[in-house]
Design a protein around this ligand. Sequence first.
Ligand code: HEC
Ligand code: HEC
Length: 227
Amino acid sequence: MLNMDLFKHPGLLLLIIASVSTLTMSPTMASTMEEDLSLRSALEQRIATITKDPALHKKMIREGRDRTVLCNTCHGKDGMAIRPLTPNLAGQNPVYIVDQFQRFGDGRRNEYLMSSLAKTFSEEDKIKIALYYSEMKMLSSGGGNAALLQEGEKLFKEACISCHGQDGRGQEGYARLAGQRYDYVVKMLKEFRDRTGKRINVWMTSVAIRLSDKDIEAVSTYLANLK
Ligand code: HEC
Ligand code: HEC
């Protein structure tokens, strides 16, 4: 079992990131990490301001809904995905959703349809859509390998909660993972680990390179069955 206590120590984490960076990132990509974090905190503040104004919040959600007719065919009307390898969006952290649209748009994340769609959204659209989905309730999707449930829980608590939160519900700009589809989580962890170039994120790669296929199955089972 791997020991990820070091993720609680920023100094050690930076050391790992530096070593992964030399493997996976060009200097220009590495230098965008700080910008990344400051963009994310600006976004957090913007979203916090909106949610403090109930009338504005409601209006934004309504306008978000109007933009999601097409999205429902894959992500489901209630934000629970109805296609394989497609993420649930219900209850997802709005800061994370907007951040992902930006990544699809600028090539740090790549998937044919989503990358094309993201380029058509304005900044305001992204926020409205994110607020719309974040209000829905994510249910647990279930599935995976029940025999690995306990191992998955142990791994999650050791290696993931410092960023994704104690209960996997996401925090600050980090993704909610609780309830997320098993097949999708497995696929994403392998993309980070194997550096396929579809998702470029040095934080997640530094975590995922320590996971075996079995670790990935275990933690994905645990997450898919969480509420
Ligand atoms: C044809 C199916 C399809 C349609 C239509 C579609 N998506 Fe997606 N979406 C996907 C798939 C598949 C992924 C996973 C991409 C990957 O593998 O990285 C995804 C990923 C996402 C993500 C990232 C979520 C996460 O957990 O990281 C967001 C946000 C998203 N879609 C929003 C939307 C919105 C908003 C629309 C409509 C404007 C939309 N999608 C339309 C299939 C679709
Ligand atoms: C140091 C912080 C950190 C730790 C620890 C961490 N993550 Fe992440 N995780 C992130 C970041 C940042 C992203 C967003 C990556 C991106 O933008 O592409 C992410 C994204 C993800 C995603 C994609 C979510 C989605 O909806 O597409 C999954 C799945 C994931 N993490 C699983 C895990 C698991 C499982 C662990 C523990 C084994 C873990 N993470 C530990 C920072 C972390």
